[in-house]
Design a protein around this ligand. Structure first.
Ligand SMILES: [Zn+2]
Length: 279
């Protein structure tokens, strides 16, 4: 269990290259460090979680992945997280910023070219946000960035995730994980529900309004409700007026810590295996 952190520890620059000097960064590139990059959004996450949840989560995940990789002898650096992503589903809620996919792709391409300019050769991206269009956009950015820069770039995720968003896990730009974090719930729990709230609560307890949790009723959604919600815009507003889809009241910090630790192991395992296969 992580101890509650100081406000400073919420910096999304923590442990990223933004806190390094340029000679240190150049040395990391010369030492063949791989680059880790989380891509999230600023988006509403119910009345109990902050708008930056999908940025905080991949940031913490990658800090843990970096440590595990180091223990396996794989050097890595972390890019500052990307946070102006695509909000198709919950874009109409206050606090959900809407960026066009083409804008995100162009920015990703320029940043990937910058990494190549700095002599990095390998990039692994993870997503912090479930929106299908956001994730297809990451994939497009990874593909174009890799093609135009010559840098080897990969989008890391579970095979079931790539299947849901319509991307072939066999693509050379995709790095499917070997296993995935098991999430068992009676009803769908996909946004600011039990799973996401548990993880935020474990890592950033002072950013969670946990006093509200007992008052938040489970949405009890089946597949038809989920499909309707995923149409986004007015549909999502109507289906989930409180913003969350799932059961935040069922959250626990223990579950969140367990899922975060497991997820980090799974992602690090896939990256380490890929690096070993290339060298
Ligand atoms: Zn989220």
């Amino acid at each position: 269990m992580s101890e509650p952190r100081s406000t400073e520890a919420h910096s999304i620059f923590q442990d990223t290259i933004a806190n390094m000097t340029f000679p240190d960064l150049a040395k990391a590139a010369a030492d063949r460090a791989v680059v880790l990059w989380g891509l999230g959004v600023i988006e509403q996450h119910g009345p109990h979680l902050p708008l930056g949840t999908d940025v905080y989560m991949p940031s913490e995940l990658l800090r843990r992945v970096r440590k595990i990789l180091a223990s396996k002898g794989v050097a890595s650096v972390i890019m500052p997280p990307f946070y102006w992503g695509v909000n198709q589903v919950s874009g109409l809620f206050p606090g959900s910023f809407m960026v066009r996919p083409e804008v995100m792709i162009e920015l990703m391409v320029d940043l990937i070219k910058s990494l190549k300019k700095d002599s990095f050769s390998t990039l692994f991206c993870v997503s912090g946000h479930g929106d299908a269009l956001h994730n297809r956009t990451i994939f497009d950015g990874v593909c174009r960035g890799a093609d135009e820069s010559g840098l080897s770039a990969h989008f890391v995720g579970a095979p079931s995730f790539f299947k849901r968003i319509g991307i072939d896990p066999a693509s050379p730009r995709v790095l499917p994980t070997m296993t995935e974090v098991e999430r068992n719930s009676k009803y769908f729990d996909v946004h600011a529900g039990e799973f996401e709230t548990s993880s935020m609560w474990a890592v950033y307890p002072d950013l969670v309004k946990d006093e509200l949790l007992p008052t938040l009723k489970s949405t009890d959604f089946g597949i038809e409700d989920l499909t309707e919600w995923r149409k986004g815009g007015e549909h999502a507003l109507r289906k989930t007026p409180q913003g969350y889809l799932g059961d935040p009241a069922a959250s626990s910090r223990e579950l969140g810590e367990r899922m975060m630790a497991e997820h980090a192991e799974i992602v690090a395992e896939a990256i380490a295996a890929k690096v070993a296969a290339v060298v």
